[in-house]
Design a protein around this ligand. Structure first.
Ligand code: NAD
Length: 299
């Protein structure tokens, strides 16, 4: 049986690793957080003492880390994993990172005859738990084909966007649009509430009308409208404001590089910066942008 190593067991990586175990893969896991690692072990992963030990003899290494610096720190340099992996090992990085960081990793892997792809995901924590993520892959077709059985154990849809880094480009286009429609949904719901409407009734009406969108229908930001979303549990868990800010920064860097005009993306980044000006808010789910528009009680 293939030996799979999974590094980064947070809100996304934890349930993704658990789904690989459920699908019958032997998974050795590692995370810097003891509680995240302990949870993965409860879900059937073998415990890695550190990244190097966890990746020993691995056929496939999957990473799901918060930042490009974290990914480069894991794989590159004299003590990086690429130095220790066997040729032909398959590396799948599902973190959302810059296109340049993804290309640097894939080129460094290729120089050691290690196959690597960028495979960021969409769908959020609920899809990670349900095994219904969308993967957007960049890299050689042969490496993407080799990754398919693993990605299918964690997701419902797999797209080959193009060459190395193409998955990351698709991902930040998607997340820039996600930020824009989340903010639009929050301000529309608030205007309705400020004018006496019930947010659940208004959501139902918009859902059946031309303003319907993913943020409203699957991830409603107004507390109490939908069960099982962060808005109904104090905006805990989910996709943090800090991570959305990172993605909007990546989107703006990409737009600058291609001289693309992204006025709404720039405004969305500004509004998330305003909302995320406190450490407390940066930890909340990104749908907490609703709080930027809510009035104090009685106003
Ligand atoms: P998270 O902060 O919940 O988890 C990240 C985990 O990585 C943490 O447990 C942390 O301890 C661990 N970690 C960090 N550096 C490490 C290292 N060097 N070695 C081992 N472990 C390390 O983040 P998340 O929400 O799971 O997001 C992970 C990635 O997925 C990010 O790039 C994010 O942009 C992307 N993403 C998140 C969502 C979402 O809804 N949360 C959706 C799509 C994509």
């Amino acid at each position: 049986m293939e030996k799979v190593t999974f590094i980064g067991l947070g809100n996304m990586g934890g349930p993704m690793a658990a789904n690989l175990v459920k699908a019958g893969f032997r998974v050795t896991a590692f995370d810097l957080s003891e509680s995240a690692l302990a949870h993965a072990v409860e879900n059937g992963c073998e415990r890695g003492e550190n990244a190097q030990q966890a990746a020993q003899g691995a056929d496939v290494v999957i990473s799901m880390l918060p930042s490009g610096d974290g990914v480069k720190g894991l794989y590159l340099g004299a003590r990086g994993l690429l130095q220790a992996l066997d040729p032909r090992t398959l590396v799948i990085d599902s973190s959302t990172i810059s296109v340049n960081d993804a290309r640097q990793l894939i080129a460094a892997a290729a120089s050691r005859d290690i196959r690597a792809i960028d495979a960021p995901v969409s769908g959020g924590t609920a899809a990670a738990a349900a095994g219904t993520l969308s993967f957007m892959c960049g890299g050689d077709a042969e490496a993407v084909a080799a990754a398919r059985p693993l990605l299918e154990a964690m997701g419902a849809r797999l797209f080959h966007a193009g060459a190395a880094g193409a998955g990351q480009i698709a991902k930040i286009c998607n997340n820039m649009l996600l930020a824009i429609h989340m903010i639009g949904t929050a301000e529309a719901l608030q205007m309705g509430v400020d004018n006496g409407l019930d947010p659940s009734v208004l959501s139902e009406i918009i859902r059946a009308s031309s303003g319907g969108n993913w943020s409203l229908e699957k991830y409603n930001p107004y507390p109490g409208v939908m069960d099982g979303v962060p808005a109904s549990s104090g905006y805990a868990g989910g996709f943090s404001v800090a991570l959305m800010l990172k993605d909007l920064g990546l989107a703006m860097d990409t737009a600058a590089g291609s001289a693309s005009s992204t006025p709404l993306g720039a405004l969305a980044k500004n509004l998330y910066q305003l909302h995320g000006s406190s450490e407390e808010n940066r930890r909340l789910d990104f749908s907490s942008i609703q709080n930027l528009f809510r009035r104090p009680a009685g106003k």
